[in-house]
Design a protein around this ligand. Structure first.
Ligand SMILES: Nc1ncnc2c1ncn2[C@@H]1O[C@H](COP(=O)(O)OP(=O)(O)OP(=O)(O)O)[C@@H](O)[C@H]1O
Ligand SMILES: [Mg+2]
Length: 227
């Protein structure tokens, strides 16, 4: 599903990733952890092709996304859902409209959109807030709208960068459990997080980064994974 081979990323002079290699199978759920500046977001950005590596290869579903022509990027992103720390919702659109937005963008039929959006809002238990605007939603509800938007196209991969960075512990737990349910429906899920307690409780694969290198990769790991 995902394969990074000897990936190095350099921003100006700074080596953000140094010869990173790992593989993720279809259906896996994995946490990327490590101190601030370790390179977690950089890995995410390489996956959704916000950035390109200086060297090495980044495969997503057997396509080397680092060599994908620019005009293929939208097609790539249609097959992946991206969840952000700050939700990135459109403030003047309702939950329904925010989730429907990517479907309108690809010109999908209105009835099909309706079906899909209701399906996605149901997964995140927010059908009752479909017509609410982001400002009247709690942080956790906003993130659930963000997750519904990320899964509405039925992606095979979900990428979440600090999805609970702005949320309290209880709400964070709910979001992690929601991401786990989405994973159990067959979506590969990769989450970058500082949330030590959650990682320890979830008992998933944990890849630890430090200074742009993988320092451990543990099948059922904890935040302070064994090196
Ligand atoms: N656009 C950029 N230009 C220059 N340097 C950058 C850029 N983006 C990231 N960096 C640097 O690359 C390194 C890795 O950054 P990255 O954002 O991947 O870390 P992170 O592990 O996600 O950290 P955090 O936990 O704070 O989100 C850092 O030293 C950062 O300052
Ligand atoms: Mg980051």
């Amino acid at each position: 599903m995902i394969q990074l081979i000897n990936v190095t990323k350099i921003y100006n002079e700074l080596k953000a990733l140094d010869n990173v290699s790992f593989e993720l199978s279809q259906g896996e759920m994995v946490f990327l952890v490590g101190p601030s500046g370790a390179g977690k977001s950089t890995i995410m950005k390489l996956l959704y092709r916000e950035e390109k590596p200086a060297s090495g290869q980044v495969f997503v579903s057997n396509v080397d996304v680092s060599r994908l022509p620019n005009n293929q990027t939208p097609l790539l992103r249609r097959r992946m859902g991206i969840v952000f720390q700050d939700f990135k919702l459109l403030p003047n659109k309702t939950s329904y409209e925010n989730v429907a937005y990517p479907l309108y963008a690809i010109g999908m039929d209105k009835n099909e959109i309706k079906k899909r959006v209701h399906g996605a809002l149901k997964v995140v238990s927010l059908t009752n807030k479909a017509n609410d605007f982001p400002k009247s939603l709690s942080g956790g509800e906003r993130q659930r709208v963000g997750i519904a938007r990320a899964i509405v196209q039925g992606p095979s991969l979900l990428i979440a960068d600090e999805p609970t960075g702005n949320l309290d512990p209880l709400t964070s737990m709910e979001i992690f459990q929601l991401l786990e349910r989405i994973n159990q429906r067959g979506t590969t899920v990769i989450i970058a997080t500082h949330n030590q307690n959650m990682v320890d409780q979830m008992k998933k694969r944990v890849i630890s980064l430090s200074n742009g290198r993988i320092i451990s990769d543990v099948k059922v790991g904890t935040y302070t994974a064994q090196i």
